[in-house]
Design a protein around this ligand. Structure first.
Ligand SMILES: Cc1ncc(C[n+]2csc(CCOP(=O)(O)OP(=O)(O)O)c2C)c(N)n1
Length: 638
């Protein structure tokens, strides 16, 4: 790590606040170098964090954190904040098991006032805090508590952000400051009319005038001893008249250069004195200060480890295709066969594997912004008119579109295919991004078909099956790659609701769902058990269960999903319904949030690797197994 005495001296914002303002640019330089070096060693979000270096310094310099509440939206851009709030050394543990989270987390630091990961929550949360301060009488006097939400232009596109503005704008006695960190980028280029509007606000004369005017005024402005009236007057001088944010009841200031501490610090100092909902629009550059990231902020949004002197080098080694790549090639193949196919992404073009699709079928590609709710209902509308929408969405983000999925898609039995990426544990992104609940929230919805592919080819065939199906369907597949089974070019619909016997064994049948099949294979071999690739959570293959019951004494269900309401629960319900009287061992994720860490390691810790599965089976059913293998006797149980 580059050492810098100034940066190293900052162990808390209290120390930062002792610095002279003239020292801040040097601190920013050291902090930026540290962020780059640190992320290049651990992997993590880079470009967004290079863009918030000055903002994090200015906020902690001006506001009395942690007493004043600072809420970072999404939180992927909060590394400079983490570093300035006593976690500089710990950055080397970022996103690793037991280490720092990649997002703000209340249990990690008192400076992390609100846990984030999913976007567009900051204004709601800060408004809640501000109203709580008012209820507790902390809103009076010069030492009153302030509340700041920092939100990116991408995150601003979500309905939630506007719901919060709408709610906040009527409270004229609150200390609430919303800072729009506008870098004209989401993960990929920002989209939509809001983006165009912000570009107009920033563009040409408008921006230059506001900026120069603001600077001229601020230079005349005494730093501390301004009466609120004078401060308001000055700040108002920078207001661009008639912005949308003013119509919402906010006092809009900006746009100002978010990398220029000379304007950022005094502007914040002045706005800190103002009451009522305040809105500061700052302009920053994603990847600021690292040429390669400035040039390609998409590539540097969330890189793995890399050498900063070389930049990211794409590996020449041909790796196994990820499930995302399987989806990516399937959707292009299917689209070339069917003109009705349209693809929808809520701002996740890269992560969801739609880069090629956009290039090849631009008129059938819709990036709707960070707007999962809208994405789902928009798909429903398309389906009503005979299109065949595919919503490519992470399992964790479909949680946002749940009512739309029930009310707008399933209730009307519309043929919308949900391609659910990142199902199961997601490793370094941790609990906020875990796709651990989708089976439970999907399988209770009438009309939905829910599929869990166990390998690459099955994934491709299931996507095809879901696409051909006349009603709504979901295919849930995990992050990363599968067992390495080649996906056949030919596409053939699978019989809906049919499981597949993988191995005929004795005594016990393992019912494996999706990603768990592979780990179960070794166990079935070692213990001579039957193994079934269940394939469908809904409809579940009851006939298979009934047949198995005739020749097996017990069942084991295995899924990478919470046990509560999951696939095992579906099996239990089906067994009860069919009066199948056999003991059932349900293996899956516990009723607890699972933090970040290496995916395989986390699965092993939860007993979902083949050793863990075997140990659980031995523990519960050893009396049912014939001790043909010495392992049955010798292996200690967990
Ligand atoms: C509800 C939700 N959907 C999608 C995402 C994935 N996501 C993380 S950051 C990001 C882009 C955010 O853009 P912006 O707010 O402008 O921040 P920037 O990275 O440009 O600083 C997206 C789409 C998310 N975190 N939450």
């Amino acid at each position: 790590m580059p050492t810098d005495p100034l940066l190293e001296s900052i162990d808390s914002p209290q120390v930062l606040r002792q610095l002279r303002r003239s020292q801040l640019p040097a601190l920013a330089e050291a902090l930026r170098a540290f962020v780059l070096d640190s992320v290049s060693k651990t992997g993590g979000h880079l470009a967004a964090n290079l863009g918030t270096v000055e903002l994090a310094i200015a906020l902690h310099y001006v506001f009395d954190t942690p007493r004043d509440r600072l809420v970072w939206d999404v939180g992927h851009q909060a590394y400079p904040h983490k570093i300035l709030t006593g976690r500089r050394e710990a950055m080397q543990t970022l996103k690793q098991m037991g280490g720092l989270s990649g997002f703000p987390k209340r249990s990690e630091s008192e400076y992390d006032t609100f846990g984030t990961g999913h976007s567009s929550t900051s204004i709601s949360a800060a408004l809640g805090m501000a109203l709580a301060s008012r209820a507790k009488g902390e809103h009076l006097g010069s030492n009153r508590r302030r509340h700041v939400a920092v939100i990116g232009d991408g995150a601003m596109s979500a309905g939630m952000a506007f719901e919060a503005l709408n709610n906040a704008g009527v409270y004229q006695d609150l200390d609430l400051l919303v800072i729009l960190n506008d870098n004209d980028m989401s993960i990929s280029p920002a989209v939509g009319a809001l983006n165009r509007y912000l570009a107009r606000l920033m563009s040409g004369r408008f921006y230059a005038r506001a900026k120069d005017m603001g600077k001229a005024m601020l230079s005349r402005m005494p730093e501390v001893l301004d009466f609120a009236r004078r401060v308001e007057e000055h700040a108002k001088g920078m207001v661009v008249p008639g912005t949308m944010f003013e119509e919402f009841g906010f006092n809009y200031v900006g746009p100002i250069d978010g990398h220029d501490l000379e304007s950022l610090v005094p502007t914040l100092q002045n706005m800190r004195q103002l009451r009522g909902p305040q809105f500061l629009h700052i302009v920053t550059r994603k990847g600021k200060g690292y040429e390669l990231a400035e040039q390609d902020p998409v590539l540097y949004h969330g890189p793995g480890k890399f050498d900063p002197s070389q930049g990211i080098v794409q590996s020449a080694k041909k790796a196994k295709p990820s499930y995302t790549q399987i989806f990516s090639s399937w959707i292009c193949d299917q689209a070339s066969l069917d003109q009705r196919l349209v693809a929808i992404t809520p701002a996740m073009r890269e992560g969801s594997g739609l880069v090629d699709f956009e290039k090849r079928f631009p008129e059938r590609y819709f990036d709707v912004g960070i707007a999962e709710q809208h994405a789902v209902t928009f798909a429903a509308g398309l389906a009503c008119e005979g299109m065949k929408p595919v919503v490519a969405i992470y399992s964790t983000f479909l949680q946002r579109g749940y009512d739309q999925l029930i009310h707008d898609v399933a209730l009307q039995n519309l043929p919308v295919l949900f391609a659910l990426d990142r199902a199961g544990l997601v490793g370094a992104d941790g609990a906020t991004h875990a796709g651990a609940y989708d089976i439970a929230y999907l399988r209770c919805v009438p009309n939905l078909v829910v599929m869990t592919p166990s390998d690459e080819d099955e994934c491709r065939q299931m996507l095809h099956t879901g696409f051909m199906h006349k009603g709504p369907a979901a295919v849930r597949y995990p992050r990363g790659s599968g067992p390495g089974i080649e996906a056949k070019p030919m596409m053939q619909a699978i019989d809906i609701g049919r499981a597949r016997l993988v191995r005929q064994g004795a005594a016990i049948a393992i019912l494996a769902f999706g990603s768990m099949l592979h780990a179960c294979k070794a166990v079935a071999e070692r213990l001579d058990l039957s193994l079934i690739d269940m394939r469908f959570v809904k409809p579940l293959d009851r006939e298979m269960l009934e047949n198995l019951a005739g020749s097996h004494k017990a069942f084991v269900s295995v899924e990478e999903h919470v046990l509560a309401g999951g696939a095992g629960s579906a099996v239990a319900e089906a067994m009860l319904g069919a009066s199948i009287d056999r003991p059932l061992l349900m293996l899956g994720l516990p009723d607890r949030f699972i933090d970040h860490g290496d995916h395989q390691q986390l699965l092993a810790l939860e007993g979902l690797d083949s050793e863990g599965i075997e140990a659980s089976i031995l523990k519960r059913f050893s009396n049912l197994l014939t001790p043909r293998s010495p392992r049955l006797v010798a292996k200690p149980m967990r």
